[in-house]
Design a protein around this ligand. Structure first.
Ligand code: GUN
Length: 295
C-alpha cells in the first residue's frame, strides 16, 4: 500500500482564492477599507526573515496590506511593549504578529500577552489560548498551525470523531492546542511528550488512526510503528546533512517519509504539507479580524 500525499500547497491555494474573494467583497461593501497586518521582527534571524517574507508575500496575494516593523535585536522590552501598545490603539491595524523566537533578554510570554486579543491573529495570547480549553468559550483566534491541520484533515475527509489520535509534542502553540481541538472534534487523543518512553510511543502510535508529529526530531515516526492506513501529519522542520545539496543540508520533517509512505493511508510531505497551511491561516485570521472591524 502506498499512501496518498496530502497536498498542503493545493489546499492552501484553494483557500487563498476564497480569502482574496472575501476581501474584495469586504472592500466593495466598505469603500476605503483596507485589511492590514503588522509583523514585528526583532533582530535578524535568517529563518525568521524567510518566514516573514513568506507571510508578507502571501498578504499581497490576497489584498491584505502587510507591513514589516523590523526592530534592532538589542531593543529593550519596554520599547517593544510601547510599540505593541501603539499598534493596539491604531484602528487601521487589524492584526499584529510578533515573529518568534525573540532575543533571550525579552520575555516572550509578556510580549505575546501584550497583543490585544482582537488583533492577536497568531492566537498566542493567554486569553485566546485559554478559550480553546473551555467547552463554552470560542477563541477569537486559533493558532495558525493547529487551525491549518484541522482544516487540512477536514478537506481530506479524514474522520476525527471516534478515532484514536496521537499528537507528539505538547508546545503551547502547536501540540497543546491541537490535541484539545482534535479532542473537541471527538477524537480520543493521546499526547506523546519528552517524558513518554519509546515503548509508549510505539504502543500508542501503532493503535492510532491519526498521528501528528510536532517534536522537531528527524525520523521520530517510522513506518514500522504505524497502523496500516493511518493518516500522518508532519509538523517538523528539521535540517539534516545531505551532500547532494549545495547547502550541504536538506529540510525534512519528523516523519521518516520513505518508510511511512509504504504503510500510511494519507501523509503530508515536508516541505509542501503543513507549512503552507500555517501561512494561509495567518491570512484567514486577518480576514476574520478585518470582518469584525469593518462591522
Ligand atoms: N515562529 C515560528 N512559527 C511562528 C508562528 O506561527 N508565529 C510567530 N509569531 N512566530 C513563529
Amino acid at each position: 500500500m502506498t499512501a496518498s500525499i496530502i497536498d498542503g500547497k493545493a489546499i492552501s491555494a484553494d483557500l487563498r482564492s476564497k480569502i482574496a474573494n472575501d476581501i474584495k467583497d469586504l472592500q466593495e461593501k466598505n469603500p476605503g477599507f483596507q485589511p492590514k497586518l503588522v509583523i514585528i521582527q526583532v533582530g535578524e534571524r535568517p529563518d525568521s526573515s524567510i518566514y516573514v517574507r513568506m507571510k508578507l508575500k502571501s498578504c499581497s496575494e490576497v489584498g491584505i496590506e502587510g507591513v514589516l516593523v523590523k526592530l534592532d535585536g538589542k531593543i529593550s522590552q519596554e520599547e517593544l511593549l510601547a510599540k505593541i501598545a501603539a499598534l493596539n490603539e491604531d484602528s487601521t491595524v487589524h492584526g499584529i504578529l510578533v515573529q518568534l523566537p525573540l532575543p533571550k533578554h525579552i520575555d516572550e510570554e509578556l510580549i505575546t500577552n501584550a497583543v490585544k486579543q482582537e488583533k492577536d491573529i497568531d492566537g498566542f495570547s493567554e486569553l485566546n489560548l485559554a478559550a480553546i480549553f473551555k467547552k463554552s468559550a470560542s477563541p477569537k483566534y486559533v493558532p495558525c498551525t493547529p487551525k491549518g491541520i484541522v482544516y487540512m484533515l477536514e478537506q481530506e475527509d479524514v474522520t476525527i470523531a471516534g478515532k484514536n489520535v496521537v499528537v507528539c509534542g505538547r508546545s503551547d502553540i502547536v501540540g497543546g492546542p491541537l490535541a484539545k481541538l482534535l479532542e473537541k472534534k471527538g477524537g480520543t487523543v493521546t499526547i506523546i511528550h519528552s517524558k513518554s518512553t519509546p515503548e509508549q510511543l510505539k504502543f500508542f502510535v501503532s493503535n492510532a488512526d491519526i498521528v501528528v508529529s510536532a517534536v522537531g526530531q528527524a525520523n521520530f515516526i517510522t513506518g514500522d510503528i504505524l497502523k496500516p492506513g493511518a493518516t500522518v501529519i508532519d509538523v517538523g522542520t528539521n535540517y539534516v546533512a545531505d551532500e547532494t545539496k549545495k547547502s550541504g543540508q536538506r529540510m525534512c520533517g519528523d516523519v521518516d517519509f520513505n518508510s511511512c509512505v509504504q504503510v500510511a493511508g494519507k501523509i503530508t510531505p515536508v516541505p509542501g504539507g503543513v507549512g503552507p497551511m500555517t501561512v494561509i491561516m495567518v491570512l484567514q485570521n486577518v480576514l476574520e479580524s478585518s470582518k469584525r472591524a469593518a462591522g
